[in-house]
Design a protein. Structure first.
Length: 558
């Protein structure tokens, strides 16, 4: 059987990953990872201000490095077998571009201006603008928040509005704004004209609020109430969104050479990374796929007719043709999950970074080695000890990066109650794990309450594969069997599925999933004896959350 390959390219928060998949068997033929060099140096970011920007050169250079690496691994025969490439990225991660579709940060005068770069999904600098948008959108002639709920500072219009208010130079020079997942495949085919660029259904529906009910985006009169510039951007956003996996065209000669691939390689339309992960995991109707990483994304697909008359805007976002073409993609999630654990480990590592630097007992080389070794073992050791604690008496709330769903509130913060002089690091860690799992339950229960049927639960991501402790707790708290996706680089695999469809070798996404996705049996079953304990702890979690929210409202004047 002739080998035919599809490439999935996954642009994550820290790096780009490429996998080459055999379209006949689903086997992983080769893969590679490349870290973003500027991001690794923490350039263009200010965590204290929730400002996170990425330079387009990070994407370009890392893609070249990663793709060339996998092509070298497979040699000339593999190069001839590659039929298509599709990508996924974080989102909403938009960037201001000029009339030709060039990100402003690639122009000399803007090369070090963070406002001219891609605004990473977790950038929360536009909280105030998001509040204004919510008021205007919800009070318009059509409630433009009806399908996505409370508009987030992480999303398209909020980031644009904040940037043009704080940087007149960007306002003057940005002819349009483009999502990373739309710009990258357009760059590969050499068609970046913003007036005709590919706009993917995932980004358009979930972040820019495109919907057929509105005949497109929120109307110009509504956007003008916020700023006339937004209405201009909407006018220039005149391409109807297309589903991921749409055949966009052949790779340009320039990019064929830069990536080391054949000049007849097909490029497919991109999507968000979580959506690609859901596809790679094998999402089907009535299957919830939960991507658990630094944050979480909970996804379902549903026939549009089954959603008619349901008011779900407080509980999830809905977009046409998102995730799997032909369905409504449903998305909810937590703003922080693994990030909460990483934060605690970072706090515990503070003495290694700061105090030991002045030590007279060990030299610099020893300090670096000790810091690296301890950092690598920290979370694993905390988890091992946390499993020996039945109940810590601590109650934590997981809103370290605000709350997405249900009922988005970006002002609320994380918290912990019940601390004593006897509270240990493993006990605190266990409480943080419980908080993140309870945050998942709050979302899960809201979907069930609103009559969305969930027959299977598949969990994807590093935590799913690395933390049996967390996954067993998830099964116990949700009272559902948990299926863990074992496939590596699942988002990139989902992108490869989109590439396989774009190539024409496989006719549609469900058919491609039948060939390229793993099959499942439950990995974790709920333990009935644990139910009473977690039910009471969940009640305490909700009480603590209510207190924190009331406190936030009182202190911020919301």
């Amino acid at each position: 059987m002739e080998q035919l390959l599809a490439a999935g390219v996954d642009f994550g928060s820290d790096s780009v990953r490429v996998v080459l998949i055999d379209m006949n068997t689903g086997n992983n033929v080769a893969d590679a990872v490349s870290i973003y060099p500027r991001w690794q140096k923490k350039l263009y970011c200010d965590p204290a201000r929730s400002l996170f920007r990425q330079h387009p050169l990070d994407y370009i250079e890392s893609l070249e490095d990663c793709m060339q690496s996998v092509m070298q691994k497979i040699g000339p025969a593999g190069k001839a077998a590659l039929r298509a490439i599709a990508i996924d990225t974080t989102g909403s991660t938009p960037c201001p571009v000029d009339r030709e579709g060039t990100p402003l940060a690639l122009l000399k005068r803007f090369k070090d201006n963070p406002n001219a770069m891609f605004h990473l999904w977790k950038d929360h600098t536009a909280v105030e603008e998001a509040k204004e948008i919510n008021q205007v959108f919800s009070e318009a002639r059509i409630d433009y928040t009806m399908y996505q709920g409370t508009y987030s500072s992480e999303w398209f219009w909020a980031k644009i509005l904040h940037t043009i208010r704080t940087d007149p130079g960007i306002r003057q020079e940005a002819w349009s704004w483009v999502e990373h997942c739309d710009w990258m495949p357009s760059l590969l085919i050499g068609k970046t004209d913003p007036s005709a660029i590919y706009r993917g259904a995932c980004a358009a529906g979930h972040k820019a609020l495109w919907h057929s009910t509105f005949s497109g985006l929120p109307d110009g009169n509504c956007l003008k109430k916020l700023d006339p510039y937004l209405a201009v951007i909407a006018e220039r956003y005149n391409t109807e969104p297309l589903p991921a996996g749409t055949r966009l065209g052949i790779i340009s000669k320039e990019w064929s050479a830069r990536l080391g691939v054949s000049e007849d390689t097909m490029i497919g339309g991109g999507s968000f990374d979580a959506h690609a992960g859901a596809v790679g995991a094998g999402i089907r109707p009535r299957t919830l796929v939960k991507v658990v990483g630094t944050s979480t994304v909970d996804m379902l697909i549903e026939d549009a007719g089954n959603l008619t008359g349901k008011n779900l805007k407080a509980y999830c976002g809905q977009a046409e043709n998102s995730i799997v073409p032909g369905y409504v993609g449903i998305e909810a999630g937590q703003a922080a999950f693994g990030d909460v654990y990483a934060w605690f480990a970072s706090v515990l590592m503070w003495p290694f970074r700061e105090v030991l630097s002045e030590s007279s007992v060990i030299n610099e080389e020893q300090r670096i080695k000790l810091t690296e070794e301890t950092g690598q073992k920290m979370i694993a050791e905390l988890e091992r000890k946390a499993q020996t604690i039945d109940e810590s008496g601590l109650v934590a709330v997981d809103w370290f990066n605000g709350r997405r769903y249900p009922n988005l509130n970006e002002k609320v913060k994380g918290a912990m109650m019940g601390l004593t002089l006897g509270s240990s690091a493993p006990a605190i860690y266990r409480a943080l794990v419980e908080a993140t799992v309870f945050g998942s339950k709050r979302i899960f229960d809201s979907l069930i309450t609103n009559q969305l049927q969930i027959d299977r639960l598949i969990i994807v991501g590093g935590i799913a594969n690395k933390s049996p402790f967390t996954m067993q707790m998830m099964a116990d708290v949700l009272n559902r069997p948990v299926m863990v996706c074992r496939s590596e680089q699942i988002c990139a695999r989902g992108a490869a599925i989109f590439a396989a469809v774009a190539s024409g070798f496989l006719p549609d996404v469900p058919s491609a999933q039948n060939v390229l996705c793993e099959t499942y049996q439950a990995s974790y079953f709920p333990i009935e004896s644990h139910f009473p304990k977690y039910e009471e702890m969940y009640r305490q979690y909700l009480l603590c959350g209510n207190f924190i929210e009331e406190f936030t409202d009182h202190t911020t004047g919301i």
